[in-house]
Design a protein around this ligand. Structure first.
Ligand code: ADP
Ligand code: MG
Length: 433
């Protein structure tokens, strides 16, 4: 095998056929019969049909497809939990299919770890005992495995919960335990089969963010399975899309898949995704200084704006509820008049959004807003701001990606250029000119 240096896993022409006589299915596959026709004629299920792909070192490789498209079967073939019917699977240039029991055990123990959708925790073991479990099976001595387990627990943010039992933890925390167990022996490859699919949406988004952060530190090879396109776009360096018949339809970066779908199936899968609908306010939000009333007044507000070289600043109360914003010229006037309270200067006509608001919903606001857009939670507590220029920039990128710039109507274009000027001014101002 002359494999490129940066390839960790290479899958060549993989077939998995479940049933009484898998070989009987191949002539029918060659004739192009469908999964259901082959099932009817032979009693075999063609779960994976001639799939080839490479996974690079340090990449997060997402396998995406609808339920039944063969995702779980593919990932289980990678560590031979399921033997492939035909094809080759190389891990670091070694053929998984040709390994003996001992070699296979080594690979599963040291090279690849799996994280499951339903956590797979042992209910009567504590967090630390669950995380140690794999190491224990591997025959590692107590002191060393405890050390490794504690380090993994800390890595996933569960320090302090070592002695808890799974049922005492939320779903998100239980999945962290699953992740810690997989990380405990420091594997090169993490296999994650719908690992976040059982979590509720908020926790799920949080786990995705944490996985991204963790991966930025760990640089593992991650194989992540999902049926959710947004999750795939968010996590994947590259994405493999499986069709409903168990064939590979496309491998590419999120951008390639969105902008250049390989066939009608992929196109239909992604057509409803528009960047401005995928990108949310949360991803563009930045923390910005705030003023807390009544503790701070016109003097503190003026000073904060001066120090940060900004002309307006948001105001919250001591519970961080958003009260409005103030402008520096108004606060300076109040200060000179020796006023103590900021209220007379509070401006209420600003735009606000939630972290999960798609920026598509904010375009109009970005085009007309006078101030940065405030990001709040559902209780109206302040989280941060999004600058109008940031939103406009996203839209511009989007416009450039389109072949025809006439995507914008003339009026929008006119507005856009005005806002770009204003944004440029704002930026100049922010940089202290
Ligand atoms: P996914 O994970 O994408 O939902 P799976 O890999 O679980 O898909 O399944 C792919 C196809 O193979 C499905 O049609 C499923 O019913 C079938 N299949 C999976 N496992 C088995 C099995 N052990 N025996 C028979 N058919 C199976
Ligand atoms: Mg599955």
């Amino acid at each position: 095998m002359n494999t490129e240096q940066d390839v960790r896993i290479r899958v060549e022409n993989l077939y998995k056929i479940f049933g009484p006589n898998p070989e009987k299915a191949f002539p029918l596959i060659d004739r192009g019969l469908s999964r259901s026709e082959i099932l009817e004629k032979t009693g075999n299920v063609v779960a994976v049909r001639g799939v080839s792909f490479d996974i690079k070192k340090k990449e997060t490789f997402v396998i995406m497809g609808l339920s039944g498209s063969g995702k779980s079967t593919v990932i289980r073939c990678l560590n031979r939990l399921i033997p492939a019917t035909r094809g080759s699977i190389y891990v670091d240039d070694k053929d998984i299919m040709k390994m003996n029991k001992e070699e296979l055990r080594e690979v599963r123990r040291y090279t690849m770890s799996m994280v499951f959708q339903h956590f797979g925790l042992l209910p009567h073991r504590t967090v630390v005992d669950n995380v140690e479990y794999g190491l224990e099976l591997g025959g590692m001595e107590k002191k060393e495995r405890l050390e490794k387990a504690l380090a993994a627990i800390e890595l996933v943010g569960l320090k302090g919960y070592e002695q808890s039992f799974p049922h005492e933890l939320s779903g998100g925390m239980q999945q962290r335990v699953g992740l810690a167990r997989a990380l405990a022996n420091d594997p090169e490859v993490l296999l994650m089969d719908e690992a976040f699919s059982a979590l509720d949406p908020l926790i799920r988004a949080q786990m995705q963010d944490e996985l991204l952060e963790l991966q930025a530190k760990m640089h593992k090879t991650i194989v992540f399975i999902t049926h959710d396109l947004d999750e795939a776009l968010k996590l994947g360096d590259r994405i493999l899309i499986l069709g409903p018949d168990g064939t590979a339809r496309q491998v590419g970066t999120p951008e390639e898949i969105l902008s250049d779908p390989a066939d009608d199936y992929v196109a239909r899968f992604v057509e409803k995704v528009d960047r401005t609908k995928v990108i949310t306010v949360g991803s563009l939000m930045r923390k910005a200084p705030v003023i807390t009333i009544p503790r701070e007044g016109p003097g503190a507000a003026s000073r904060a704006m001066e120090n940060n070289k900004i002309s307006s600043i948001y105001v919250v109360d001591s519970d961080r509820y958003l009260k409005g914003l103030v402008r520096i010229d108004d606060t300076v006037k109040l200060y000179r008049k020796k006023e103590r309270a900021l209220e007379p200067a509070l401006i209420k006509d600003f735009y606000s959004a939630y972290e999960d608001t798609p920026i598509a919903d904010l375009l109009a606001a970005a085009l007309t807003a006078k101030y940065p857009i405030a990001v709040i939670d559902k209780d109206y507590r302040y989280k941060g701001i999004v600058d109008r220029a940031t939103i406009i920039n996203e839209v511009q990128v989007d416009a450039e990606e389109l072949e025809s710039p006439m995507h914008f109507t003339q009026m929008e274009e006119c507005l856009l250029s005005k806002v770009q000027e204003a944004a440029a001014r704002e930026e100049a101002e922010a940089s202290g000119e």
